[in-house]
Design a protein around this ligand. Structure first.
Ligand code: GLC
Ligand code: MG
Length: 425
């Protein structure tokens, strides 16, 4: 939280499974489109919050399986754990609040009496969350009886049913909605409330997100029955909540457009980069655009990309160098030349490139130091280089485009490329 010092232009609070992440899309196209949009247009002045039912262990597992960005804030275990930044620093204040009027042992004792409840995996049992599976047909009855039992024992709990199978028991003050309310209150106290907040979800545990005052909401097109029903009963006339036409992350992009919360055009949707350069004048956009182009080039899907490459070559300072993780140095011109010869070398293969944590700092009137993580998925191998690049505005202003100067890359620990001969940038 200490790192957040500015009021966010847009705070997106999104569920992961079947909302940000589409498990029915092996190509992860909508997620990659969202990533490119976020890093090019929002990363520098907005906040990305993931709010998931998953425990930290299952959350980290998902991050290894899918091309996900690093959020500014991570809310896990159905709003019972809040962490900040890449290092996932826990919010101890939140833990303290949740511990009031909560006794995990009593929950376990009482739930033992229900044969309809099947305990979930050990990883999903958390200090302020006890989770089961229960058959859809029995859920309503079990929830009512269980709630009575726990009330008799003096506990004030919240029971949430999601995905037509998961039953979570949490302290009454917990949940995704309460966790968001807690964050919003914190931002307000510090004088930095987000200008706009958009909540995104698909299932039962997301419902409370939509009842937080003054937020926009999107239920993705593939939302579960239980969420749509909650909406029909509780929020039907609210114009700030939509049921998107599009699935998952594409539904989030749709909502950004619908509510006019900022740009909703992802660099991945741009066919011709030469034409689009005038609309966007930040170096973060340049980085995203370059790597979308790079992916297309190597996948052999480039449309008008020759022109873009030629303009890059033309704007290259002949002395600009790239330092690779191996400490080998090449001139940028040599690298571009190598790239030229690699058109379509990944055609028909699983090859995706995305950037994360793009951060640009001005170091002069027309020069920026841009730091970012460059990820490359190549078949089953996933590699990442922490990259620092110097980027100059061409000509008199940013409207003339950008030129890449020096660049330096270091492997992110655990994501080194085994055979780095095909790593170009
Ligand atoms: C995630 C969690 C699970 C929880 C479910 C619904 O799948 O892993 O424990 O029950 O979300 O909240
Ligand atoms: Mg979900």
């Amino acid at each position: 939280m200490d790192q957040i010092t500015m009021a966010a232009r847009l705070m997106i609070v999104s569920d992961l499974d079947h909302t940000m992440v589409d498990h029915h899309d092996p190509e992860n196209m909508s997620l990659l489109r969202f990533n490119a949009l976020w890093e090019s247009n929002y990363r520098h002045d907005s906040l990305l919050v993931f709010s998931t039912g998953r425990s930290p262990i299952l959350y980290k597992q998902l991050r290894k399986e899918k091309p996900m960005l690093t959020p500014d804030i991570t809310i896990m275990s159905v709003g019972t754990e809040i962490t900040y930044g890449n290092s996932m620093l826990p919010d101890d204040g939140w833990v303290e609040i949740l511990s009031q009027k909560w006794d995990r042992n009593i929950v376990t004792e009482e739930t033992n009496k229900f044969p309809e409840l099947t305990l979930q995996a050990e990883t999903e049992q958390r200090p302020h969350k006890v989770s089961f599976y229960v058959d859809k047909t029995k859920a309503q009855v079990v929830m009512k009886e269980l709630s009575d039992c726990l009330a008799k024992r003096g506990l004030d709990v919240k029971i949430i049913y999601s995905g037509g199978m998961d039953l979570d028991i949490l302290p009454q003050g917990a949940g995704k909605g309460q966790a968001l309310a807690y964050l919003l209150k914190k931002f307000k106290t510090e004088g930095i409330p987000p200008v706009n907040t958009l909540v995104c979800g698909d299932s039962g545990n997301d419902a409370e997100l939509f009842s937080i005052p003054d937020v926009y909401g999107v239920m993705v097109s593939n939302a579960q029955e239980e969420l749509l029903q909650w909406h029909a009963e509780n929020a039907k006339g609210n114009p700030n909540i939509i049921h998107a036409k599009e699935r998952c992350a594409a539904g989030i992009i749709e909502a950004i457009g619908h509510f006019n919360l900022g740009s909703n055009s992802s660099p991945r949707d741009v066919a011709n980069f030469v034409e689009c350069k005038l609309d966007h004048v930040n170096p973060g956009f340049e980085v995203v655009k370059f790597y979308v182009f790079y992916e297309r080039w190597r996948r052999g899907e480039a449309d008008n990309c020759e022109l873009y490459l030629a303009s890059m070559e033309a704007s290259c300072d002949p002395s600009a160098i790239v330092v690779f993780p191996s400490a080998v140095e090449k001139t940028l011109l040599e690298c571009i030349h190598t790239l030229k010869g690699c058109y379509g070398d990944q055609k028909g293969k699983q090859f995706r490139v995305w950037v994360d944590r793009v951060l640009s700092t001005p170091i002069g009137s027309s020069t920026w130091l841009v730091k970012f993580d460059k990820w490359e998925l190549c078949g089953d191998e996933r590699c990442c280089c922490v990259t620092t690049a110097k980027i100059n505005a061409k000509g008199s202003g940013a409207l003339d485009g950008y030129a890449w100067a020096n660049m330096q890359q270091k492997w992110l620990e655990g994501y080194e490329k085994k055979d780095d001969s095909t790593w170009l940038f």
